[in-house]
Ligand binder design. Structure first.
Ligand code: NAP
Length: 255
């Protein structure tokens, strides 16, 4: 018996087998969940290939979070397949290159608005599409990078994560009465496609390995996956609006 036995989950953000969502999807299956993945744009084919590496290759639906019609189709497909849903993982982030790298003033609103739409607003859009499938309650989990401070190079992605944290709290407020929990996992740095696209990302990696009291391995997403699975399970039934740090303890240390 796994802790996700009988759960039907939608998992976004599986691009490669290095994706945080891939480890979460793998562990979710091992813990007994049935899952459906989503992929976007040119990455969709890659998501389909990566899906075949999972213990039980799942169905992959197309979902570009900037396309409202995709959300509608995903909701219909899940309704037809399962007639309901128990939870969803939001593992989606994107910012145009100019939004990252240390020149905070360089980005224009067109760039920033893309980062916010894809990385922050999309949690609300995902909730809108999935909540009607959860009449008996459920769990929404998102992936965060601690947005309580300004980081080197992270720039507008940091602003987008601050917005994501706030979106999660408002969703927790409004969906709590429907017994739907909304929580984030604030992960330490892990080498994924998204992480590689951040110029200067290595600086995070070095700092994390040095400062985390529990230690940190930038190549190991397993602890992040475990937290996602725990939050998607019934084992934290009265936890919502929470940000669970899975960062080796980095956030709690002084310089
Ligand atoms: P990843 O494997 O590159 O996953 C990022 C995902 O976002 C990809 O599947 C990507 O798909 C998807 N995405 C981008 N634009 C999209 C759109 N318009 N519609 C739908 N999906 C879109 O990297 P990851 O590091 O695992 O990222 C997953 C989440 O974890 C992100 O929210 C990220 O900010 C967060 N996180 C990562 C770290 C880290 O160090 N890696 C730390 C803390 C939090 P396409 O490429 O096909 O568009």
């Amino acid at each position: 018996m796994g802790i996700l036995n009988g759960k039907r989950l939608l998992i976004t953000g599986v691009l490669t087998d290095a994706s945080l969502a891939y480890s979460a999807a793998r562990l979710a299956q091992i813990e007994g969940a049935e899952i459906v993945l989503t992929g976007a744009g040119r990455g969709l084919r890659l998501t389909e290939r990566t899906a075949r590496k999972l213990p039980e290759p799942p169905e992959v639906l197309e979902l570009d979070v900037t396309r409202p019609s995709h959300f509608e189709r995903v909701r219909e497909a899940l309704d037809a397949k399962w007639g309901g849903l128990d939870g969803a993982l939001h593992a989606i982030g994107f910012a145009p290159q100019v939004c990252l790298g240390g020149d905070f003033m360089a980005a224009r609103w067109e760039d920033v608005s893309q980062a916010l739409e894809v990385s922050s607003y999309s949690l609300k859009a995902l909730a809108e599409a999935t909540v009607p499938l959860m009449p008996n309650g459920g769990s929404l989990v998102g992936l965060d990078f601690d947005a309580s401070v300004a980081w080197p190079v992270y720039d507008w992605m940091g602003v987008a994560k601050a917005a994501l944290e706030s979106v999660a709290r408002y969703l927790a407020r409004d969906l709590g009465p429907s017994n739907i929990r909304v929580n984030l996992v604030a992960a330490g740095p892990v080498r994924t496609m998204a992480a590689r696209s951040i110029p200067g990302f290595e600086a995070f990696e070095d700092a994390w390995v040095r400062r985390s009291p529990l230690g940190w391995d930038v190549t190991n997403p397993e602890a992040v996956a475990k937290a996602c699975v725990m939050l998607l399970s019934d084992w934290l039934p009265l936890t919502t609006g929470e940000i669970v740090h899975v960062d080796g303890g980095y956030h709690a240390m002084g310089a």
